[in-house]
Structure formats: structure tokens, C-alpha cells
Design a protein around this ligand. Structure first.
Ligand code: HEC
Ligand SMILES: [Cu+2]
Length: 354
């Protein structure tokens, strides 16, 4: 019979497509580096999902394509199709098998998740705060250290507690396979054990406003001794002037502050590699601050400082008030503010602000 032979063909082609499909999905390198202990389990889980998906995809496509070809209308045939009521046995099969597949995969996923979320000994607590458009971090166990940089010791379990000061954000470190929403009024938590020294992107994965795409920072995973040294330096820098982690170089410190605080989300500044466009470009700020400041009886430095802590006091021509956050006066220490003002005037051509 013709249809028996074509069915065998369809089955043979489907088997080949399934085999090729599985090889292809496993061959594609979907994932970034595996930088946490959870990464291998999660990647295996994804591989299993992909392997299970391929034959289902092939089956659906094969039935669809075969039906289009085998049951196509003959030229000139205007009759209705035969009335078909259904097929109870088939329906039971196509409900039961997917149910079993989904239930097994859900159980498997739950086991992996439960394992990742289990409380570990000697956890380092890190509080993460999202705010348009930067993440900030606090280490409550290390004398409440607060910083714009995320640095973690390798091989030590970390317990992140995630908050937001304004809208929804989403704290995501792809290389850790870690992702959790930052929800106003809630603290979401997630655990991870970084196990590979290196620098990895920290991304906001929730469209949170005009600077969302620049809400990107870096996590540095370092050996334990280096972490302790960094903590010491951070504490010292709180006292000596916000020249954070940049080996005492004020320009490097200012640049880091500019990017870590999220100014780059909205402002263009060549020296910092920033291309934000929600606010005025700052490459000519020194001359601008000189001129506008004089009109108000302020020095250039005073004008820039006021622009940062009280942005609506003078609104740059052609821009709207109420876009630039108004709480930098609280978020930045006086020393950090000074570093930032000096930096902006320096790199926009104005020399020293003192
Ligand atoms: C959400 C977007 C946004 C962020 C983030 C932001 N700004 Fe602004 N900024 C603006 C806008 C819009 C203006 C123009 C309106 C105004 O002057 O208030 C502005 C104005 C300024 C001005 C005055 C420029 C001029 O020509 O008068 C300075 C200086 C400035 N910002 C510095 C900063 C610094 C430093 C940071 C980071 C600490 C920062 N901004 C973060 C949007 C932003
Ligand atoms: Cu965000």
C-alpha cells in the first residue's frame, strides 16, 4: 500500500532528524563560563530539557508536514471532508505521555533547585540593592561595609539578599547561573558558591527605565587573602577620600565611581567610555560649569557638585527636570562626591577644580 510505505519513510526521516537535532543542540555552546558550583547541575538540567524537546518538536512537525502533504485536496475536489468524531485512545495517549514527561522534569528541576537553595555553612551575606541604574552592595558581617563593587572570595558560599529602592530590577550573574527579581517592598534571596576566580558581568534583567541597558557591573571572584585585602582597602578608602580600589589614582577612582554609580547610564563621557543619552554629554562640562556657574556666582566645582546633589536646581538647556535621581547626596560620601567632581572637571578639560 502506498500510504504504508510513505509512513515508513516519515518514521525513518523523523528518526534521522531527531538524531541530528540532539547532536546539534548538545554541540551548540549555549552557556557562559561555569563560575559557581550550581553551574554544572543547571547546565545538565538544560541539556536534558533540550534532549527531551527535540523528539517532541520532530514529532509535531512530522505529523503536521505529513498531514499537509498526504491529505491535500485533489484538483477540482469541492466536497467537505469526512466527519470525524475523535479518537479516545489517541487522546488518552497524548494527554498521559506529556503529563508524565512534564511531571518528571518538574520533579528533576525541583530537586536541583532545592539543592542550590539549601543553607550552607559559613555563608557570606551580601545585600544587593538595585536603583536606577546601578547595583550597590553591602556586607553586613564585615562591619556594614558598603560599596559599588561586588567582590567575592572564591569557594565560599554566598547568601544574597536582594532589594530595590525604586522599581523592579533583576539581579543576574549569568556565569553563576544566578538570577532573582528585585521587588519593591520585598527581600528576595538566592545562594551561590563561586568556584572560579575571574571577573564576570552583573546584569539587570528587568526593563527598569531609560538606563536599563547600561545597568551592568562586574563581579570579581578572588582568592580569600585577596578578598581580605580588598575589604581592608575599602575600609581605609572610606576615610581617605573615596579613591576606592584604584591604587590611589584619582582619575581612575573617579572613572570607576562614574560607571559604578550608574552615571554612565544617562551621560556620554569619552574618558569613561560612557554613551548614555538621557542627559547632556559631559565632555565639555568644565567650560560649561565655568560659564553657568559664573552666572550664579558659583565656582565650576560648586556648580558641578550642585548639579549632582540637586539636579533640579538648574536644569540643563533642552532637558527635563525629574529624570536625574535626586539622592546622590545621600548615596555618595562627601569624599566620593569630591572625587567625582574633580574627575569630571579634569577629564572635560578644566584642570584642577581646587
Ligand atoms: C536617569 C538618568 C541620569 C542619571 C543616572 C544621572 N544623570 Fe546627570 N543628568 C540627567 C539629566 C536628564 C540632566 C539634565 C537635567 C538637569 O540638569 O537636571 C542631568 C544633568 C547633569 C549635570 C549638569 C550638566 C549640565 O550641562 O548642566 C551633571 C554635571 C550631571 N548630570 C552629572 C551626573 C553624575 C555625576 C551622575 C552620577 C552620579 C549622573 N549625572 C547621573 C540624567 C541623569
Ligand atoms: Cu534595573
Amino acid at each position: 500500500m502506498r500510504s504504508r510505505r510513505s509512513l515508513i519513510w516519515v518514521l525513518a526521516l523523523s528518526a534521522i532528524a531527531t538524531a541530528v537535532g540532539i547532536v546539534v543542540v548538545l554541540w551548540i555552546d549555549w552557556f557562559p563560563a561555569q563560575a559557581s558550583t550550581a553551574a554544572t547541575d543547571i547546565d545538565t538540567l538544560y541539556d536534558v530539557l533540550l534532549i527531551v524537546s527535540v523528539p517532541i518538536f520532530v514529532l509535531v512537525m512530522a505529523v503536521a508536514l505529513y498531514s499537509v502533504w498526504a491529505f491535500r485536496v485533489k484538483p477540482g475536489d469541492q466536497r467537505d471532508g469526512a466527519p470525524i468524531h475523535g479518537n479516545t485512545r489517541l487522546e488518552i495517549i497524548w494527554v498521559t505521555i506529556p503529563f508524565i514527561i512534564v511531571a518528571v522534569l518538574a520533579g528533576y528541576g525541583w530537586i536541583v533547585l532545592d539543592d542550590i537553595e539549601a543553607k550552607k555553612a559559613d555563608e557570606l551575606v551580601v545585600e544587593v540593592t538595585g536603583q536606577q541604574f546601578a547595583w550597590s552592595f553591602a556586607y553586613p558581617d564585615l562591619e556594614e561595609l558598603e560599596t559599588n563593587q561586588l567582590v567575592l572570595p572564591v569557594d565560599r558560599p554566598v547568601h544574597f539578599k536582594v532589594n530595590t529602592k525604586d522599581v523592579l530590577h533583576d539581579f543576574w550573574v549569568p556565569d553563576f547561573r544566578l538570577k532573582t527579581d528585585a521587588v519593591p517592598g520585598l527581600t528576595t534571596t538566592i545562594r551561590v558558591t563561586p568556584n572560579r576566580v575571574g571577573s564576570y558581568p552583573v546584569v539587570c534583567a528587568e526593563l527598569c527605565g531609560i538606563g536599563h541597558s547600561t545597568m551592568r557591573q562586574t563581579v570579581r571572584v578572588v582568592p580569600a587573602e585577596e578578598f581580605d585585602a580588598w575589604v581592608e582597602r575599602q575600609r581605609a578608602s572610606k576615610v581617605d577620600g573615596g579613591v576606592d580600589d584604584a591604587g590611589g589614582d584619582p582619575i581612575a577612582a573617579g572613572r570607576q565611581l562614574f560607571n559604578d554609580t550608574g552615571c554612565n547610564a544617562c551621560h556620554t563621557l569619552a574618558d569613561a567610555g560612557a554613551t548614555g543619552a538621557a542627559g547632556p554629554a559631559l565632555d565639555d562640562l568644565a567650560a560649561q560649569a565655568e560659564r553657568l556657574g559664573r552666572a550664579e556666582g558659583l565656582t565650576a566645582a560648586e556648580f558641578v557638585e550642585t548639579s549632582i546633589v540637586d539636579p533640579d536646581a538648574t536644569v540643563a538647556e533642552g532637558y527635563q527636570p525629574g529624570i536625574m535621581p535626586t539622592d546622590y547626596g545621600d548615596r555618595l560620601s562627601p569624599a566620593q562626591l569630591q572625587t567625582l567632581v574633580d574627575y569630571l572637571l579634569e577629564v572635560s578639560g578644566g584642570g584642577s577644580s581646587q
